[in-house]
Design a binder for this molecule. Structure first.
Ligand code: NAP
Length: 259
């Protein structure tokens, strides 16, 4: 397998800010063909700096076929920490197509002094952790993961998502706000105060764009019910865009090992 620094064509599995920034950085460097792949969940994705394809591949075998047919020499998995299936497919597809795989998996958030976090395994457990008494809950789970809220209709929910929830959730006390990060501390403090939020439901996604709500929660003494991350299979693991670029610039036998 050729060394990574010579990889002339790269497929990035995206759907994250990191993937977009990586594509931008590689496009600015020039000298490589770079393509970004999106699942197609967001109705109006931001403009992308490189050619973009949209939609599933049809499992690991389909992704392997796509890598071979496109003559890609490197796969980068820069998907969201909670997108575990595509990462498992990436590991398998990279093996099948015999291309190296870099996995950009950003670290999770960690509780600090003053935080009141309750860790749970999944969204239904997060909803159960709210308890029976009516709470005022700020929900930042992503619109495709909110159905379990139906099990606890006594709470007042404020759901923030990029696209509207479709079909709408039949909950008696529901407000929706459409917004896309990055979010500021001042903005999050104002939102939490305005809606008299008593609890936050969050996934431990990590990253800077969405962390201000956790800083605001600490300052306001609001408990956060935090959904733990799934296991994500990985190739060569890095934590940020600079880590990917660093691997691409390394030369020598250490980089000549693939996945
Ligand atoms: P998932 O459960 O891991 O993947 C489900 C299926 O969607 C995959 O098997 C694959 O279909 C397709 N897929 C996922 N990512 C793809 C990509 N980048 N390009 C082409 N196909 C892709 O993922 P998910 O949780 O539904 O997330 C979908 C996408 O949204 C991901 O790309 C992720 O980066 C982004 N995202 C997810 C979250 C989250 O909380 N889950 C948050 C923000 C952004 P095939 O098997 O047919 O190839």
């Amino acid at each position: 397998m050729p060394p990574l620094y010579s990889a002339p064509s790269i497929l990035i599995l995206g759907g994250t800010t990191d993937a977009r920034l990586l594509a931008k950085a590689l496009a600015e460097q020039g000298g490589r063909r770079v393509e970004l792949s999106l699942a197609g969940r967001t109705k109006a994705p931001l403009a992308m700096p490189v050619p973009t394809r949209v939609g599933g591949f049809g499992g690991a075998a389909g992704l392997a076929d796509y890598l071979r047919a496109g003559g890609f020499s490197l796969l980068v998995d820069a998907t969201h920490p909670f997108a575990a299936r595509i990462s498992a497919n990436a590991v398998q597809a990279a093996r099948l197509a015999e291309v190296p795989l870099i996995s950009l998996h950003r670290p999770g958030w960690e509780a600090q002094a003053g935080d009141d976090w309750r860790m749970v395994a999944d969204v239904p457990a997060a909803v159960a952790a709210l308890g029976p008494a009516a709470a005022r809950v700020f929900v930042t789970l992503g619109r495709q993961e909110v159905a379990p809220l139906l099990a606890a209709p006594q709470h007042h929910y404020l759901i923030r998502s990029v696209d509207p929830i479709d079909p709408p959730l039949p909950l008696p006390h529901l407000e929706c706000v459409l917004d896309r990060g990055p979010f500021s501390l001042d903005g999050e403090m104002a939102l939490l105060r305005q809606h008299r939020i008593s609890h936050i439901l969050s996934k431990n996604s990590g990253g800077e764009a969405a962390r201000a709500k956790l800083d605001a929660a600490r300052q306001l003494g609001i408990p956060v019910i935090m959904v733990a991350r799934p296991d994500k299979p990985a190739g060569m693991l890095v934590e940020n865009v600079a880590g990917v670029l660093g691997l691409l610039h390394q030369t020598g036998p250490a980089m000549d090992r693939g996945v």
